[in-house]
Write a new protein. Structure first.
Length: 238
């Protein structure tokens, strides 16, 4: 757990090193984070703030900047979290979870035949869950118009529906990414399962790839958490 003051100081140092004090302020950054909405907000925030840094030397420097922006996102208040930061929200959840009585686990609950048939493993016919980073080339009038990077999550139907049914459990109720994914995903049939785009930006500069990679990692960790819940709590044997 980092100290908020150290996050602020690192951000101030970054702004000062790039001589941006007159055009980019701490209050501006905090306001952007405060007003964030939706599952693509982190990508939009990093796109906005990095647009002020015109003299990025290399990928290493960009990665350092992205870590500073990520810390700001995680430790500054968000309106949609009731004025708390994501880090504070997680501490709140952990404290409440430690104080509450632990309920008996759901282990060995049985899957229905339909759920088993659509499961991604053990001979099931359902699709695998996966996180995709797509380079999308848009064609207009016989030539390349623009190139976009898109991050999508494809969730196995059984996994998605079990997690959605248990979305208000202690496991998921404070997980913003999972709640947004459950709200936004669309069912695309048995071949793809539930699909949701979490990042989309025109691939005009190298730092767009860095932001896309961050989004991909976030989605990957979310899918792993969903699958672990199903594997830990449900039996595949009818």
């Amino acid at each position: 757990m980092k100290d908020v003051k150290s996050v602020e100081n690192r951000l101030k140092e970054l702004i000062s090193q790039n001589n941006l004090g007159e055009v980019l302020t701490m209050d501006m950054i905090k306001d952007w984070i405060w007003r964030e909405e939706g599952e693509k907000s982190f990508g939009e925030f990093t796109k906005k703030v990095t647009s002020y840094f015109k003299n990025i030397k290399d990928i290493n420097e960009l990665n350092i900047m992205m870590q500073v922006f990520s810390d700001a996102w995680n430790y500054f208040p968000h309106r949609m979290l009731g004025g708390l930061s994501p880090a504070q929200k997680m501490l709140e959840y952990e404290k409440r979870d430690n104080q509450a009585k632990r309920k008996a686990p759901l282990k060995h609950q049985k899957l229905t035949k339909k759920q088993k048939d659509l499961l991604w493993s053990s001979g099931g016919e359902g699709p695998y869950s996966q996180a995709n980073l797509i380079k999308q080339v848009r064609i207009l009038e016989g030539s390349v118009s623009r190139v976009f990077l898109v991050v999508e999550a494809e969730i196995n139907p059984t996994t998605f529906e079990i997690v959605n049914k248990n979305r208000h459990s202690d496991e998921f109720k404070n997980d913003i990414m999972i709640q947004q994914l459950l709200d936004k995903a669309e069912y695309r049939g048995p071949q793809f399962g539930y699909v949701v785009a979490t990042f989309e930006e025109e691939y005009a500069r190298n730092e767009v790839m860095i932001r896309a990679e961050h989004a991909l990692k976030y989605v990957q960790e979310t899918i792993i958490k969903m699958h672990k819940y199903v594997m830990d709590n449900f039996s595949k044997i009818l």
